[in-house]
Write a protein that binds this ligand. Sequence first.
Ligand SMILES: Nc1nc2c(ncn2[C@@H]2O[C@H](COP(=O)(O)OP(=O)(O)OP(=O)(O)O)[C@@H](O)[C@H]2O)c(=O)[nH]1
Ligand SMILES: [Mg+2]
Length: 318
Amino acid sequence: MNAPPEDQPASARPGFWRRFSQNLEAGRRAYVADLKEVFGRPAIDPTFWDDLEATLLAADTGVAVATRAVERLRQEAAGAHLRTPADALAHLKGILGAEMAPRPRSLNLDGRPAVVLVVGVNGSGKTTTIGKLAFWLRRQGRRPLLAAADTYRAAAIDQLRALAQRAQVEVVAHQPGADPGAVAFDAVQAALARGADVVLVDTAGRLHTRADLMEELRKVRRVLQRLDPNAPQEVLAVLDAHVGQNSARQVKVFAEAIGLTGLAVAKLDGTARAGVVLGIEEELGVPTKLVGIGEGLEDLDAFDPSEYLDALLRMEAT
Ligand SMILES: Nc1nc2c(ncn2[C@@H]2O[C@H](COP(=O)(O)OP(=O)(O)OP(=O)(O)O)[C@@H](O)[C@H]2O)c(=O)[nH]1
Ligand SMILES: [Mg+2]
């Protein structure tokens, strides 16, 4: 984190995490019922550990996280401090929290302008996330500018323009089919000329031209680095929570090709895969920095592991 805390509060949205919990409710009723059943047992019985692991797996935390967490709890139960299912629940949040804690999660916006390159597979939520992020940044006194570097489809440029209008930020766009590197270059120049301090670069997500796409992204990065050796300050991959653990595998290609500084997990509303953030981080080793819980401009915030785990392990209705 390079900006002072007051410049970029951990959460810019009062009530965001309450809505996050409420949105999760819709998709995870069966999971909550399992959670209640397992942790509501009067004692740790012979099937308790397997059932707990199955419940975590059902929330899509991924195998590695679920087995490691249950193993740790079992070890603690062998000692004196963990005797009941309720104890296990209390300890579980600490164990999962420790898995997430060491990763820096604030956006690095230390550049003039700072450049955020947004990548990801087709339909993961890149363009929508950029609109939401522009709005989020503006509410914190930043001046974002959008770069329409997904030049494959005219519709992609129009979509970004429409979002920019709603978020009241400027867009730099070329014609469909134009060189994405040239768009990124012009956007940074425009930001310098107009006093914008963050450039958000939208990119294409075609899967079937994967090799071409990766080369194109590398080229965009080279162009940006020519203007500022530290750019892009952030390379964010947008993942679709509904795709679950598989989305991490899809994003690995981007991580290997250009490197990632953070993840933005979109569509965490109405999904049964509430635990997906844990598994994705485990698989990629890249911190989740932003989460999206809807299509509205307000539906994005900085990722807060503690709020997230509270929502994940909460059993009462919100
Ligand atoms: N429910 C929900 N829908 C979302 C969210 N983020 C994006 N969407 C929807 O997901 C669909 C795809 O979003 P886009 O932002 O166009 O995805 P993209 O990655 O830019 O897609 P391409 O440019 O085609 O690769 C749209 O219908 C969005 O409205 C979210 O957080 N929640
Ligand atoms: Mg798009």
